[in-house]
Design a protein around this ligand. Structure first.
Ligand code: LHQ
Length: 263
């Protein structure tokens, strides 16, 4: 791959920033450069007021085949250091990003790529996409958040089975198991993802940011803590112009306009 071909490409259309993993001949297997570039791109998207939704997808026929097993750049680090340097900051950045992140799974998602597919706030899959907790094939432990995300979706036992046998989950089963929200035809996948993302981009951005914050918090909190957190965040939502616009639009029997110039 030449210097001119970025490992992550970025486009922005109608408030939707699309970040494309771009190592298609390796099914977008991740090296350090790709992971650091993706994390950096996510942080810049978070800071950019013109971006309301972020999409992560893959170039070519794969989404992400996990760690590039041919790449040596991680080998001067221990496994622990490698994860703490690259994968873990990426997953934390997705989780704490103040905007919805869509994992647009266009093809196979394996290993840490499966974790990336699960980590998005919304998971949209192409019909031919699949997910494999492939780690045990190379006698490793699921990482990059898979041990946290998968059992919360499918339960401990199904998660253990998928991890121990490295079974491929296809899109119909993924939808049934709750690993994705929507499945779109391969032929129209990119357009369908963009249309979905634009629908999300028209929603009240501040309210969605706070909703994500509340849900992420509640994943590891007690009910009492969640109730307190809701009460605190509701104040921030209620004090925002979006709330006034929503209520006014309701009374005036017109659609709310949550996109304003300069916000
Ligand atoms: C690849 C890869 C790949 C390099 C396909 N690397 N080239 C974190 C931190 C530290 C250390 C280790 O791990 C981790 C986390 C992890 O992610 S561990 C898991 C690493 N990933 C894997 O073990 C997956 C390996 N790949 C596969 O099992 C298959 O390629 C899958 C099931 C993803 C896709 O199978 P196919 O659709 O049959 O495609 P393919 O195998 O023919 O792959 C196409 C090309 O991509 C091929 O190259 P070639 O030159 O023969 O066309 C593969 O070698 C290459 N490729 N994954 N991870």
């Amino acid at each position: 791959m030449g210097m001119s071909e970025a490992v992550i490409t970025e486009t922005t259309q109608a408030g939707v920033r699309t970040l494309t993993l771009n190592r298609p001949d390796r099914l977008n297997a991740a090296n350090d450069a790709l992971l650091l570039a993706l994390t950096d791109a996510l942080r810049r998207a978070d800071a950019d007021d013109s971006v309301r939704v972020v999409v992560i997808t893959g170039a070519g026929r794969g989404f992400c085949a996990g760690q590039d097993l041919g790449d040596v750049s991680g080998r001067d680090m221990t496994f622990t250091e490698h994860l703490n340097h690259t994968y873990n900051p990426l997953i934390r950045t997705i989780r704490s990003l103040g905007k919805p992140v869509i994992s647009a799974v266009n093809g196979v998602a394996a290993g840490a790529g499966a974790s990336l597919a699960l980590a998005g706030d919304i998971r949209l899959w192409a019909q031919s996409a699949s997910l494999i907790e492939v780690f045990s094939n190379i006698a490793l432990v699921p990482d990059s958040g898979s041990t946290w995300f998968l059992p919360r979706l499918v339960g401990y036992h199904r998660a253990f089975e998928l991890m121990a046998l490295a079974e491929r989950v296809r899109s119909d089963d993924a939808l049934r198991l709750g690993l994705c929200e929507q499945v779109f035809p391969d032929e129209t996948f990119a357009q369908d993802v963009q249309a979905y993302a634009e629908r999300l981009a028209a929603r009240p951005a501040n309210a969605l940011k706070l909703t994500k914050q509340a849900l992420v918090f509640a994943q590891t909190s007690t009910l009492d803590e969640a109730l307190e957190q809701e009460a605190a965040l509701q104040q921030l939502a209620g004090d925002h112009w979006e709330h006034e616009e929503g209520v006014t639009a309701f009374k005036e029997k017109r659609p709310a306009q949550f996109i304003r110039d300069g916000e």
